[in-house]
Design a protein around this ligand. Structure first.
Ligand code: HC1
Ligand code: SF4
Length: 579
């Protein structure tokens, strides 16, 4: 351990702890712009300078990259340090547009907050505009290089965390900027639309495509029947936008707020997650029991992962589950099944989904399979958790004061298995709960499948069905962790050896969808853990915890779909992939 003083307060930290994190331990906040707990520190912005030799000492260091040493006397705030930080902020502002009122990050921009905290009223430096154009060629995210402060967070997360390398630094000095690889339009880059760059950008340089105006106009059109679904992970994060802690399970208030916004029918993606388990679980059991099948089966409900696999691992397309994602299954069921049942003209339905994810915007229009009900796209538009929060605020809805409401039937009620889709390992755990039943015709005693849980980048386990069937599984989340798993599968296949896994779950974002690129800002592992706890709380509080037990799932198969993996299910609920 290392002992030091920070502003005169004794601190003991583990060796290797940065001054920045040691200061946080004693509740001293040192300002930063380039630092994110998700990323390796790289001392680019210069805001975190501190004095390391006690009051008045000339020894200065950057707190984010400097490890604590015994007997250090850190001073984090004095007039000279404050003046230096102020100059750093002023220099950044001199090359940054001052249109805060029209900026997508107005009100939650880290630079704006710093400018307010430093009380900056006028700039001592000449303002220099770069004259760079907005790139809105990507279906999920928008890049405004004019607003880039060159903190590097987006580049680091895209390259080092996601291993995609869709964006990079171009130019030097004041001409330096972020751009998509080779300066091509972002829509033509290798970007997989995960939105992690937007989630980590401290300012308005990369943000989700805003589709709220389209939703508002549908809600105001008397000829339209607006229907909405909400994803598993939205319910444990939206409350953060209204001042409640991460992990607050907010489902029934969200249903109520959606009706106040004008949605006539409110469904829950958790229901179609249960449906996905029926389709994917059946597909798994079929592949395990049919000689010559492509094993492992790999999950396909994460669209950023689908995009990645089509771009980089197209030889593994046969291993991909053909089951559509819960979002797309719900879209198809709304227009093909529910419309007729409810006596609503499917051509008048405007189907909105609220997702923690920016890539879902792309998924909804991915190919013609997404028009399976025959009435335009099955999901017309996707908004993120952040966009829904803005809509609720614009409408003046005091969500905290609303009475709880239920979703509509039959595609609202869900089981605990549906809700855990929102965390890494959740699809696997939900599948195991039902696959056990499908294989053995017996219910699992303890449905908690603990090896699937937690933030380890790759989790491996064996599932014993107790009837002689044992399968090996792997769960990977955060794109950068996936290559190792895929290469292991590919190498075994190419060498004609036995597959290392039978079933693999992949989610592009760290922690799964609870850490999605469209979730409220400020997602760290601490936040991920709290949102995850919220998801498991929702699971354990559910009366039914296995998808096959959902009586409304039984109903839709009986009334409409027939058998899991049957003809109608294939038409509506399955898809194809292309190289
Ligand atoms: Fe997800 Fe899924 S869990 S992909 O993470 O399979 O976005 O929440 O909606 O579709 O259900 C996201 C979350 C979500 C789908 C489900
Ligand atoms: Fe990279 Fe994801 Fe951002 Fe695309 S959306 S640029 S893949 S971080």
């Amino acid at each position: 351990m290392v002992n030091l003083k920070i502003n005169g307060i004794d601190v003991t930290v583990e060796e290797g702890t940065s001054i920045l994190n040691a200061a946080r331990k004693v509740n001293v906040k040192i300002p930063t712009l380039c630092y994110s707990p998700d990323l390796p520190p790289w001392a680019s912005c210069g805001l975190c300078i501190v004095r390391t030799g006690g009051p008045g000492s000339p020894r200065m260091a950057r707190a984010c990259t400097t490890p604590c040493e015994n007997n250090m006397q850190i001073i984090t705030h004095d007039p000279e340090i404050l003046a230096t930080r102020r100059t750093v902020v002023e220099l950044i502002l001199s090359n940054h547009p001052s249109d805060c009122l029209q900026c997508p990050r107005n009100g939650n921009c880290e630079l704006q907050t710093l400018a307010a905290e430093f009380g900056i009223r006028e700039l001592p430096f000449k303002h220099i505009a770069n004259g760079l154009q907005i790139d809105d060629s990507n279906p999920a995210i928008v890049l405004n290089p004019e607003k880039c402060i060159r903190c590097g967070r987006c580049v680091k997360v895209c390259q080092e965390v996601q291993n995609v390398w869709a964006i990079e630094f171009l130019g030097r000095g004041i001409k330096g900027r972020i751009a998509s690889a080779a300066d091509a339009p972002l829509g033509e880059s290798p970007c997989i639309k995960c939105g992690q760059c937007a989630a980590h950008c401290p300012v308005g340089a990369i943000y989700e495509r805003d589709d709220t105006v389209k939703v508002w106009s549908a809600l105001q059109n008397p000829d339209v029947h607006p229907v909405v679904q909400i994803a598993p992970a939205v319910r444990v994060a939206l409350a953060e936008e209204f001042g409640l802690p991460p992990g607050t399970v907010f489902t029934k208030k969200i249903y109520a707020a959606l009706r106040r916004l004008g949605f006539k029918t409110v469904f829950d993606t958790n229901f179609s997650a249960d449906l996905t388990i029926m389709e994917e679980g059946t597909e798994l059991v079929k592949r395990l029991t049919t000689k010559g099948s492509d094993i492992p089966l790999i999950t396909s409900c994460c669209p950023a992962w689908v995009d990645y696999m089509e771009k980089y691992y197209a030889d593994m397309i046969p291993n991909f589950s053909t089951a559509k994602s819960p979002q797309q299954m719900m879209g198809a069921m709304i227009k093909a099944y529910w419309a007729e049942k409810a006596g609503v003209d499917p051509n008048k339905i405007y189907s909105v989904s609220v997702m923690p994810c920016t890539a879902k915007k792309w998924e909804s229009h991915r190919n013609d399979d997404m028009k399976s009900a025959g009435h335009g796209f099955d999901v017309d538009i996707v908004i993120t958790t952040r966009e829904l929060a803005r809509m609720i605020k614009q409408a003046g809805i005091e969500i905290l004061k609303l009475d709880d409401e239920e979703a509509d039937s039959p595609m609202g009620p869900y089981t605990g298995a549906g809700t855990i889709f929102g965390v890494t390992g959740g699809v696997m755990e939900a599948a195991v709960r039902s696959a056990y039943f499908l294989v053995t015709k017996k219910e699992l005693g303890d449905v908690n499948f603990l090896p699937a849980r937690g933030l380890d980048g790759v989790k491996e386990a064996e599932v014993d069905f107790g009837n002689g069937t044992k399968i090996k599984i792997a769960i990977a989340h955060q794109m950068g962790n996936i290559e190792a798993v895929l290469n292991k599968i590919r190498d075994a296949r190419d060498a004609g050896k036995e597959t290392p896994y039978h079933f693999v779950e992949v989610m592009a974002c760290r922690g799964g969808c609870i850490g999605g690129g469209g979730q409220p800002y400020g997602c760290t592992d601490e936040v991920r853990k709290l949102r995850t706890e919220g998801i498991y709380k929702d699971d354990t509080q559910s009366k039914l915890r296995c998808s096959h037990q959902n009586p409304f799932i039984t109903q839709v198969y009986k009334e409409f779909l027939g058998e899991p993996n049957g003809h109608k299910a294939h038409e509506l609920l399955h898809t194809k992939y292309v190289e």
